[in-house]
Design a protein. Structure first.
Length: 289
């Protein structure tokens, strides 16, 4: 039986707009609203380029609410064996939590447990040690972050070697053992790693804090073979009441393109992807009377 709930909020990732996103790009929020979005997900690549007061003001002027997503690299890795890198990762994520609180975001999301693009053949003891470092770091961050939630994102096997599936993500959450730690599930990664996307969504239950929408080729939602009606049906059946954020990446940003293996354009333009993605998803997310 489907649960009755309000229309799910629809957001757009700033990775579609500009990278690294900064105060200089806040004028793009008006365009986000014109495309038909309720929210903007600000992806924090360089904290020095963002000011909470300016972001909040620009979002309010555009009629948008703000979500915050982390972008973790090798120099700020909370699962690294080097304590200095773990400290740098925690310092960065604490900044993101403070920024989230200041702009009214209920969560900080992303693959915050390890760098994107890190794929290694580790022996089981090495993998366990990395896992344990991630757990310890996330536990410290969760205590600092409350009441801001941390939404951990499983990535596909080509982008991380640590957390690929909803099952693994739930195990990480359980090991951390904090009520404000849950999952961000992304349809692009689930399309690669899960036997059934709806079943994976259902298995997350109350630990599902956030959702990102991307087509199987990272292109415009609705242009590929992701089973969108079933995805939305599973969200409703799970009682999910959060946001659905359209995410893709500018192919012109070399560092990100390399990390996510984006070698070709996935839409005629990022503006087209944003506008057509909103037009496709909005009717699916709307609750019929």
């Amino acid at each position: 039986m489907l649960l009755l709930m309000s229309e799910l909020s629809l957001g757009l990732s700033t990775f579609v707009l500009a990278s690294p996103f900064s105060d200089a790009d806040l004028g793009l929020f008006e365009k986000v609203r014109a495309f038909g979005y309720d929210q903007v997900e600000v992806c924090v690549e360089d904290p020095s380029r963002l000011t909470a007061a300016a972001v909040s003001r620009a979002a309010a002027d555009a009629g948008l609410s703000v979500l915050v997503c982390g972008a973790v690299g090798a120099d700020r890795d909370i699962s690294h064996e080097d304590p200095a890198r773990r400290r740098a990762g925690l310092d960065y994520l604490r900044w993101c939590v403070g920024f989230a609180a200041a702009v009214g975001s209920p969560l900080v999301s992303g693959p915050i447990y390890a760098p994107v693009g890190q794929t290694r053949m580790l022996e089981p003891p090495e993998r366990r040690a990395q896992w344990d470092r991630a757990v310890a770091s996330l536990a410290r961050l969760a205590e600092f972050a409350a009441p801001v939630r941390l939404a951990i994102e499983p990535l596909n096997r080509f982008e991380t070697d640590l957390v690929n599936t909803t099952e693994q993500g739930l195990r990480l959450c359980a090991d951390v053992g904090a009520d404000n730690v849950g999952l961000l599930l992304d349809t692009f990664h689930m399309n690669i790693e899960e036997k059934s996307i709806p079943a994976a969504i259902g298995s997350a239950g109350p630990r599902l804090f956030h959702v990102q929408a991307s087509e199987n080729d990272r292109g415009t939602p609705g242009s590929g073979h992701v089973p969108w009606p079933e995805v939305v049906g599973a969200l409703r059946a799970a009682g999910y009441s959060g946001s659905v954020v359209v995410e893709s990446f500018l192919p012109t940003v070399r560092e990100i393109a390399r990390a996510v293996s984006l070698w070709r354009p996935v839409a005629p333009s990022m503006d087209a992807l944003a506008a057509e993605g909103a037009a496709f998803l909005r009717p699916l997310l709307r609750v019929e009377p």
